[in-house]
Design a protein around this ligand. Structure first.
Ligand code: ADE
Ligand code: ZN
Length: 350
Protein backbone atom coordinates (compact mmCIF):
# COMPACT_ATOMS: atom_id res chain seq x y z
CA UNK A 1 0.00 0.00 0.00
CA UNK A 2 1.32 3.41 -0.71
CA UNK A 3 0.32 6.89 -1.76
CA UNK A 4 -2.08 9.27 -0.15
CA UNK A 5 -5.73 8.40 0.32
CA UNK A 6 -8.19 10.65 -1.55
CA UNK A 7 -10.21 12.87 0.81
CA UNK A 8 -13.76 11.56 1.11
CA UNK A 9 -15.38 14.95 0.78
CA UNK A 10 -14.67 17.60 -1.83
CA UNK A 11 -12.78 20.66 -0.64
CA UNK A 12 -15.12 23.64 -0.12
CA UNK A 13 -13.61 25.56 -3.01
CA UNK A 14 -14.27 22.73 -5.45
CA UNK A 15 -17.79 22.25 -4.13
CA UNK A 16 -18.54 25.97 -4.43
CA UNK A 17 -17.41 25.87 -8.02
CA UNK A 18 -19.59 22.84 -8.76
CA UNK A 19 -22.59 24.54 -7.15
CA UNK A 20 -22.17 27.50 -9.49
CA UNK A 21 -22.65 25.32 -12.56
CA UNK A 22 -26.18 25.92 -13.83
CA UNK A 23 -28.55 23.13 -14.72
CA UNK A 24 -28.68 22.09 -18.38
CA UNK A 25 -31.76 23.69 -19.93
CA UNK A 26 -33.43 24.35 -23.25
CA UNK A 27 -34.17 27.99 -23.98
CA UNK A 28 -37.45 28.05 -25.90
CA UNK A 29 -38.35 31.74 -25.87
CA UNK A 30 -35.59 33.97 -27.11
CA UNK A 31 -35.70 36.78 -29.68
CA UNK A 32 -32.27 37.01 -31.27
CA UNK A 33 -32.73 40.75 -31.86
CA UNK A 34 -33.34 41.09 -28.11
CA UNK A 35 -29.83 39.84 -27.41
CA UNK A 36 -28.18 42.94 -28.91
CA UNK A 37 -26.21 44.34 -26.00
CA UNK A 38 -25.59 48.11 -25.85
CA UNK A 39 -21.85 47.61 -26.50
CA UNK A 40 -22.60 45.57 -29.64
CA UNK A 41 -25.14 48.18 -30.80
CA UNK A 42 -22.41 50.83 -30.67
CA UNK A 43 -19.80 48.57 -32.28
CA UNK A 44 -22.11 47.68 -35.18
CA UNK A 45 -23.18 51.31 -35.60
CA UNK A 46 -19.54 52.32 -35.95
CA UNK A 47 -18.77 49.48 -38.37
CA UNK A 48 -21.73 50.45 -40.55
CA UNK A 49 -21.36 54.22 -40.29
CA UNK A 50 -24.72 54.62 -38.59
CA UNK A 51 -25.31 57.58 -36.32
CA UNK A 52 -27.18 56.56 -33.19
CA UNK A 53 -29.52 59.00 -31.42
CA UNK A 54 -27.66 58.42 -28.12
CA UNK A 55 -24.45 60.20 -27.08
CA UNK A 56 -23.05 57.06 -25.50
CA UNK A 57 -23.70 53.78 -23.71
CA UNK A 58 -25.06 55.45 -20.59
CA UNK A 59 -27.58 57.47 -22.55
CA UNK A 60 -28.73 54.32 -24.34
CA UNK A 61 -28.99 52.40 -21.06
CA UNK A 62 -31.13 55.18 -19.61
CA UNK A 63 -33.79 54.25 -22.19
CA UNK A 64 -34.15 50.75 -20.72
CA UNK A 65 -37.01 51.82 -18.46
CA UNK A 66 -40.19 50.42 -19.89
CA UNK A 67 -43.80 51.14 -19.01
CA UNK A 68 -45.34 48.36 -21.10
CA UNK A 69 -44.68 46.09 -24.07
CA UNK A 70 -45.02 48.88 -26.66
CA UNK A 71 -42.49 51.15 -24.93
CA UNK A 72 -39.96 48.29 -25.17
CA UNK A 73 -40.86 47.44 -28.77
CA UNK A 74 -40.20 51.04 -29.84
CA UNK A 75 -36.56 50.81 -28.65
CA UNK A 76 -36.13 47.19 -29.75
CA UNK A 77 -37.11 48.00 -33.35
CA UNK A 78 -35.13 51.27 -33.41
CA UNK A 79 -31.91 49.53 -32.30
CA UNK A 80 -32.21 47.00 -35.12
CA UNK A 81 -31.02 49.78 -37.46
CA UNK A 82 -27.43 48.70 -36.74
CA UNK A 83 -28.05 45.23 -38.24
CA UNK A 84 -27.08 45.65 -41.88
CA UNK A 85 -24.98 42.74 -43.11
CA UNK A 86 -24.88 38.96 -42.74
CA UNK A 87 -21.82 39.48 -40.59
CA UNK A 88 -23.82 41.68 -38.19
CA UNK A 89 -26.51 39.01 -37.77
CA UNK A 90 -23.82 36.36 -37.34
CA UNK A 91 -21.92 38.37 -34.71
CA UNK A 92 -25.11 38.99 -32.73
CA UNK A 93 -25.97 35.27 -32.83
CA UNK A 94 -22.47 34.21 -31.79
CA UNK A 95 -22.52 36.62 -28.83
CA UNK A 96 -25.81 35.15 -27.62
CA UNK A 97 -24.62 31.54 -27.88
CA UNK A 98 -21.39 32.33 -26.06
CA UNK A 99 -23.30 33.80 -23.12
CA UNK A 100 -26.08 31.19 -23.24
CA UNK A 101 -23.53 28.38 -22.90
CA UNK A 102 -22.41 29.91 -19.59
CA UNK A 103 -26.07 30.09 -18.52
CA UNK A 104 -26.46 26.31 -18.92
CA UNK A 105 -28.37 26.44 -22.21
CA UNK A 106 -27.80 23.18 -24.15
CA UNK A 107 -30.54 23.64 -26.72
CA UNK A 108 -31.97 26.95 -27.99
CA UNK A 109 -34.99 27.68 -30.18
CA UNK A 110 -34.29 31.11 -31.54
CA UNK A 111 -36.92 33.50 -32.87
CA UNK A 112 -36.12 36.15 -35.42
CA UNK A 113 -38.36 38.88 -36.83
CA UNK A 114 -37.80 38.93 -40.64
CA UNK A 115 -40.45 41.60 -41.23
CA UNK A 116 -38.62 44.02 -38.94
CA UNK A 117 -35.60 43.76 -41.24
CA UNK A 118 -37.43 43.67 -44.57
CA UNK A 119 -39.19 46.91 -43.68
CA UNK A 120 -35.73 48.53 -43.30
CA UNK A 121 -34.66 47.29 -46.72
CA UNK A 122 -32.62 44.32 -45.46
CA UNK A 123 -33.20 41.30 -47.70
CA UNK A 124 -34.53 38.05 -46.24
CA UNK A 125 -31.30 36.28 -47.28
CA UNK A 126 -29.16 38.68 -45.24
CA UNK A 127 -30.91 38.15 -41.92
CA UNK A 128 -31.70 34.45 -42.36
CA UNK A 129 -28.29 33.46 -43.70
CA UNK A 130 -26.43 35.56 -41.14
CA UNK A 131 -28.15 33.90 -38.18
CA UNK A 132 -28.30 30.43 -39.79
CA UNK A 133 -24.59 30.42 -40.63
CA UNK A 134 -23.79 30.46 -36.91
CA UNK A 135 -26.58 28.08 -35.88
CA UNK A 136 -25.31 25.49 -38.38
CA UNK A 137 -22.29 24.73 -36.16
CA UNK A 138 -23.64 25.81 -32.76
CA UNK A 139 -23.42 22.35 -31.23
CA UNK A 140 -19.76 21.90 -32.14
CA UNK A 141 -18.84 25.50 -31.32
CA UNK A 142 -20.88 26.12 -28.16
CA UNK A 143 -22.36 22.75 -27.12
CA UNK A 144 -25.82 24.15 -27.93
CA UNK A 145 -28.13 22.49 -30.44
CA UNK A 146 -30.31 25.12 -32.08
CA UNK A 147 -33.22 25.68 -34.37
CA UNK A 148 -34.68 28.79 -35.93
CA UNK A 149 -38.24 30.09 -35.51
CA UNK A 150 -39.60 32.69 -37.95
CA UNK A 151 -41.69 35.04 -35.83
CA UNK A 152 -44.35 37.21 -37.48
CA UNK A 153 -45.34 40.68 -36.34
CA UNK A 154 -48.96 40.54 -35.27
CA UNK A 155 -49.44 44.32 -35.58
CA UNK A 156 -48.91 44.02 -39.36
CA UNK A 157 -51.58 42.63 -41.72
CA UNK A 158 -51.75 38.86 -42.21
CA UNK A 159 -50.99 39.40 -45.93
CA UNK A 160 -47.53 40.66 -45.02
CA UNK A 161 -46.83 37.55 -42.93
CA UNK A 162 -48.13 35.28 -45.71
CA UNK A 163 -45.81 36.94 -48.24
CA UNK A 164 -42.79 36.57 -45.97
CA UNK A 165 -43.58 32.93 -45.20
CA UNK A 166 -43.77 32.32 -48.97
CA UNK A 167 -40.38 33.97 -49.34
CA UNK A 168 -38.85 31.86 -46.58
CA UNK A 169 -40.23 28.66 -48.08
CA UNK A 170 -39.09 29.66 -51.58
CA UNK A 171 -35.52 30.20 -50.39
CA UNK A 172 -35.64 26.94 -48.42
CA UNK A 173 -34.78 28.84 -45.25
CA UNK A 174 -33.73 26.52 -42.40
CA UNK A 175 -36.71 27.33 -40.19
CA UNK A 176 -38.29 24.70 -37.96
CA UNK A 177 -41.27 26.64 -36.65
CA UNK A 178 -43.31 29.83 -36.84
CA UNK A 179 -44.17 32.18 -33.99
CA UNK A 180 -46.26 35.32 -33.47
CA UNK A 181 -44.94 38.32 -31.57
CA UNK A 182 -45.00 42.15 -31.22
CA UNK A 183 -47.94 44.24 -29.94
CA UNK A 184 -50.46 41.75 -28.59
CA UNK A 185 -53.54 43.68 -27.47
CA UNK A 186 -55.88 44.31 -30.41
CA UNK A 187 -54.07 41.74 -32.58
CA UNK A 188 -55.67 38.43 -31.59
CA UNK A 189 -54.40 35.07 -32.83
CA UNK A 190 -57.53 34.67 -35.00
CA UNK A 191 -56.07 37.32 -37.34
CA UNK A 192 -53.45 34.74 -38.42
CA UNK A 193 -55.50 31.62 -39.10
CA UNK A 194 -54.40 31.34 -42.76
CA UNK A 195 -50.74 31.89 -41.85
CA UNK A 196 -50.78 29.01 -39.39
CA UNK A 197 -52.66 26.78 -41.83
CA UNK A 198 -49.96 27.44 -44.40
CA UNK A 199 -47.15 26.84 -41.90
CA UNK A 200 -48.74 23.58 -40.78
CA UNK A 201 -49.06 22.43 -44.41
CA UNK A 202 -45.36 23.23 -44.87
CA UNK A 203 -44.53 20.88 -41.98
CA UNK A 204 -43.48 23.61 -39.56
CA UNK A 205 -43.95 23.47 -35.79
CA UNK A 206 -46.28 26.08 -34.30
CA UNK A 207 -45.96 28.45 -31.35
CA UNK A 208 -47.37 31.92 -30.57
CA UNK A 209 -47.09 34.63 -27.94
CA UNK A 210 -50.38 34.79 -26.06
CA UNK A 211 -51.48 35.93 -22.63
CA UNK A 212 -48.49 38.25 -22.04
CA UNK A 213 -50.44 41.52 -22.05
CA UNK A 214 -53.42 40.11 -23.89
CA UNK A 215 -56.29 38.28 -22.18
CA UNK A 216 -56.60 34.56 -21.43
CA UNK A 217 -59.02 34.29 -24.37
CA UNK A 218 -56.06 34.89 -26.73
CA UNK A 219 -54.47 31.70 -25.37
CA UNK A 220 -57.69 29.82 -26.14
CA UNK A 221 -57.69 31.29 -29.67
CA UNK A 222 -54.05 30.32 -30.22
CA UNK A 223 -54.89 26.74 -29.28
CA UNK A 224 -58.25 26.44 -31.04
CA UNK A 225 -57.80 28.60 -34.13
CA UNK A 226 -54.05 28.46 -34.77
CA UNK A 227 -53.54 24.95 -33.41
CA UNK A 228 -50.29 25.90 -31.66
CA UNK A 229 -48.31 23.28 -29.74
CA UNK A 230 -46.78 25.76 -27.34
CA UNK A 231 -47.70 29.14 -25.84
CA UNK A 232 -45.08 31.87 -25.35
CA UNK A 233 -45.65 33.62 -21.99
CA UNK A 234 -49.22 32.50 -21.23
CA UNK A 235 -49.11 33.92 -17.70
CA UNK A 236 -52.62 35.37 -17.94
CA UNK A 237 -54.04 31.84 -18.15
CA UNK A 238 -54.15 32.09 -14.36
CA UNK A 239 -57.23 34.32 -14.72
CA UNK A 240 -59.22 31.44 -16.22
CA UNK A 241 -59.42 28.25 -14.08
CA UNK A 242 -61.02 26.22 -16.90
CA UNK A 243 -58.15 27.16 -19.20
CA UNK A 244 -55.59 26.20 -16.54
CA UNK A 245 -57.26 22.80 -16.24
CA UNK A 246 -57.15 22.36 -20.01
CA UNK A 247 -53.47 23.39 -20.24
CA UNK A 248 -52.56 21.01 -17.41
CA UNK A 249 -54.50 18.10 -18.90
CA UNK A 250 -52.98 18.59 -22.36
CA UNK A 251 -49.48 19.32 -20.95
CA UNK A 252 -49.29 22.43 -23.17
CA UNK A 253 -45.88 24.07 -22.66
CA UNK A 254 -45.84 27.70 -21.48
CA UNK A 255 -42.50 29.43 -22.12
CA UNK A 256 -42.47 31.87 -19.21
CA UNK A 257 -40.06 34.83 -19.00
CA UNK A 258 -40.09 36.20 -15.43
CA UNK A 259 -37.63 39.11 -15.74
CA UNK A 260 -39.31 40.21 -18.97
CA UNK A 261 -42.70 40.24 -17.25
CA UNK A 262 -41.32 42.47 -14.49
CA UNK A 263 -39.53 44.88 -16.85
CA UNK A 264 -42.60 45.20 -19.12
CA UNK A 265 -44.86 45.60 -16.08
CA UNK A 266 -46.99 42.56 -16.82
CA UNK A 267 -46.44 41.97 -13.09
CA UNK A 268 -45.56 44.59 -10.46
CA UNK A 269 -42.54 42.84 -8.96
CA UNK A 270 -40.90 39.44 -9.22
CA UNK A 271 -42.51 38.52 -5.89
CA UNK A 272 -45.90 38.97 -7.62
CA UNK A 273 -44.99 36.66 -10.49
CA UNK A 274 -47.40 33.72 -10.93
CA UNK A 275 -44.62 31.19 -11.68
CA UNK A 276 -44.83 29.40 -8.29
CA UNK A 277 -48.62 29.24 -8.59
CA UNK A 278 -48.28 27.93 -12.14
CA UNK A 279 -45.92 25.19 -10.94
CA UNK A 280 -48.23 24.36 -8.07
CA UNK A 281 -51.17 24.10 -10.48
CA UNK A 282 -49.24 21.48 -12.45
CA UNK A 283 -48.70 23.63 -15.54
CA UNK A 284 -45.88 22.71 -17.91
CA UNK A 285 -43.79 25.87 -17.45
CA UNK A 286 -40.20 26.63 -18.38
CA UNK A 287 -37.97 29.63 -17.62
CA UNK A 288 -36.67 31.73 -20.52
CA UNK A 289 -35.04 35.09 -21.10
CA UNK A 290 -37.10 36.60 -23.99
CA UNK A 291 -34.89 39.64 -24.72
CA UNK A 292 -31.99 39.28 -22.29
CA UNK A 293 -30.10 42.41 -23.35
CA UNK A 294 -33.13 44.53 -22.47
CA UNK A 295 -34.56 42.81 -19.41
CA UNK A 296 -31.56 42.40 -17.14
CA UNK A 297 -30.58 38.82 -17.65
CA UNK A 298 -30.15 35.50 -19.35
CA UNK A 299 -31.70 32.20 -18.28
CA UNK A 300 -29.28 31.77 -15.36
CA UNK A 301 -30.12 35.29 -14.13
CA UNK A 302 -33.83 34.46 -14.32
CA UNK A 303 -33.25 31.31 -12.25
CA UNK A 304 -31.02 33.11 -9.77
CA UNK A 305 -33.49 35.94 -9.16
CA UNK A 306 -36.43 33.53 -8.91
CA UNK A 307 -34.40 31.53 -6.42
CA UNK A 308 -33.79 34.59 -4.27
CA UNK A 309 -37.41 35.71 -4.21
CA UNK A 310 -39.21 32.37 -3.99
CA UNK A 311 -36.63 29.98 -2.54
CA UNK A 312 -37.49 27.45 -5.22
CA UNK A 313 -36.60 23.92 -4.12
CA UNK A 314 -34.01 21.89 -6.02
CA UNK A 315 -36.93 19.74 -7.12
CA UNK A 316 -38.75 22.77 -8.61
CA UNK A 317 -35.63 23.91 -10.46
CA UNK A 318 -35.02 20.43 -11.86
CA UNK A 319 -38.67 20.25 -12.92
CA UNK A 320 -38.39 23.60 -14.73
CA UNK A 321 -35.26 22.37 -16.51
CA UNK A 322 -36.87 19.03 -17.43
CA UNK A 323 -40.00 20.83 -18.68
CA UNK A 324 -37.87 22.98 -20.99
CA UNK A 325 -36.24 19.91 -22.52
CA UNK A 326 -39.48 17.92 -22.89
CA UNK A 327 -41.22 20.98 -24.43
CA UNK A 328 -38.59 21.62 -27.07
CA UNK A 329 -38.84 20.79 -30.76
CA UNK A 330 -35.51 18.94 -30.57
CA UNK A 331 -35.22 15.36 -31.80
CA UNK A 332 -36.15 12.62 -29.33
CA UNK A 333 -32.49 11.57 -29.34
CA UNK A 334 -31.28 15.05 -28.36
CA UNK A 335 -33.96 15.33 -25.66
CA UNK A 336 -32.86 11.97 -24.19
CA UNK A 337 -29.24 13.17 -24.18
CA UNK A 338 -30.15 16.36 -22.33
CA UNK A 339 -32.42 14.58 -19.85
CA UNK A 340 -29.57 12.17 -19.09
CA UNK A 341 -27.29 15.13 -18.47
CA UNK A 342 -29.91 16.70 -16.20
CA UNK A 343 -30.57 13.47 -14.30
CA UNK A 344 -26.86 13.08 -13.67
CA UNK A 345 -26.76 16.37 -11.82
CA UNK A 346 -27.35 16.73 -8.09
CA UNK A 347 -26.64 20.42 -7.85
CA UNK A 348 -28.65 23.31 -9.13
CA UNK A 349 -28.61 26.95 -10.02
CA UNK A 350 -27.04 29.20 -7.36
N1 ADE B 1 -40.78 40.82 -29.46
C1 ADE B 1 -39.66 40.75 -28.72
N2 ADE B 1 -39.95 40.55 -27.43
C2 ADE B 1 -41.30 40.46 -27.34
C3 ADE B 1 -42.22 40.23 -26.29
N3 ADE B 1 -41.83 40.06 -25.02
N4 ADE B 1 -43.53 40.23 -26.58
C4 ADE B 1 -43.94 40.41 -27.83
N5 ADE B 1 -43.13 40.62 -28.86
C5 ADE B 1 -41.81 40.64 -28.63
ZN1 ZN C 1 -41.15 37.02 -26.55
Amino acid sequence: MGGTAEPETEPDAVRAEVLAIPLPVAELHLHIEGTLQPELIFALAERNGIELPYAGLDELRERYEFTDLQSFLDLYYANMAVLQTEQDFADMTRAYLERAAVAGVRHAEIMMDPQAHLSRGIPLETCVNGVASVLATSQEDFGISTLLIAAFLRDLPEESALGVLDGLLAMNAPIAAVGLDSAEVGNPPSKFERLYDKAREAGLRLTAHAGEEGPASYIVEALDILGVERIDHGIRCMEDPDLVERLVDARIPLTVCPLSNVRLRAVDTLADHPLPAMLAAGLNVSVNSDDPAYFGGYVDDNFAQLGMVFELSDFDKARLAANSIHSSFASEERKAELLDELNGREVTHP
